[in-house]
Design a protein around this ligand. Sequence first.
Ligand code: SF4
Ligand code: SF4
Length: 376
Amino acid sequence: MEYRKMEALSVSPSLLGFGAMRLPQHADKQVDQIRTNQMVETAMRSGITYYDTAYNYHEGKSESILSTALRQFPRESYLLADKLPVWLIEKESDTKHYFEEQLQRLQTDYIDFYLLHSLNAARWENMQRNHVLETCEELRAAGKLRFFGFSFHDDYALFEQILRAHSWDFCQIQLNYMDTELQAGLKGLELAGELGIPVVVMEPVKGGSLARLPEEGYAILQRYGCTDSPATLALRYVASLPQVKVILSGMSDQAQLEENLRVFSPFQPLSATEQQAVAELRQMLDSRVRNGCTGCSYCMPCPQGVNIPRCFQIWNDFAKFGNVAATRSAYYVMMKEAERADRCIGCGKCEAACPQKLPIIADLQQVAAEMPLYRE
Ligand code: SF4
Ligand code: SF4
């Protein structure tokens, strides 16, 4: 197992982190504690020392299931990361309330890495209004949390603003070879490196989307002589970036865990030829998009409430990766009904504002016709 030192924190977590957001489940969707125990035991014995959970994972059960699986190991033999459910904070006292509840669920006295979960502009504003950072610093002073950071899903400008606004111990960003310019992206990774802030990466395989490739993708791998599976290649791409200290993988079964362990034990950075193969894969996947929406949002707001850039992003992602589960979740679970493509009444306001001159109305009709095919 590879370990990378977080210089400022004097701690060296395993480069592969165990994400407890997609634990093995029974047929009724309840988490399988026994299989989780087995996976955690394998992970611990193979040198994984970083375990990541959150208040809301597995409908609030992930923390206690993970802590049960870890109970047989000495507390100081692993690093526990957990996240404040920032969207539930309504008043100043809420931070301590949720933190104490999390300690109870985790059956521990302290959390090693504590994050403000999934910050965006509105949530960041709420953190300041309710003095959440000050409360977390008090918890740190009391020895209840060791390192304080945040995870992030918004644009680069906000990432930079947040990163510079506090003396963070670490941060967590989404990064994979297709998202190098999305959210914090490679630019954010470099900025964190310049500021000496260690980075934990999530979604290295883009929620599973990079675990399978269209046929052209396998042809590229063959041409470059790559024998790795697509998921392994995606993990190795992220791990080849030296500023990355931990890569989280939400593993759902023993086979996935063992495949990941092989990547990091020992870890081999991508060769120049493999980097070229990845660049070509990126180009090929990008070329499969249905329209050239850049997500600039000049078309917004739509008077009917349609979230135009988001509809196109989901549509384009499906064309690139063909991930039905991710498409269904993004369109029917994460997106409100009122924001979906079928709400468009064809008024034309958006088309006049689009710098790409996209046929937004016709494309939204297409999205509205195709998405039900992926609904459960
Ligand atoms: S054409 Fe449709 S998407 Fe565009 S502004 Fe009008 S209602 Fe909204
Ligand atoms: S203005 Fe055009 S390119 Fe920009 S988000 Fe809207 S549809 Fe996409």
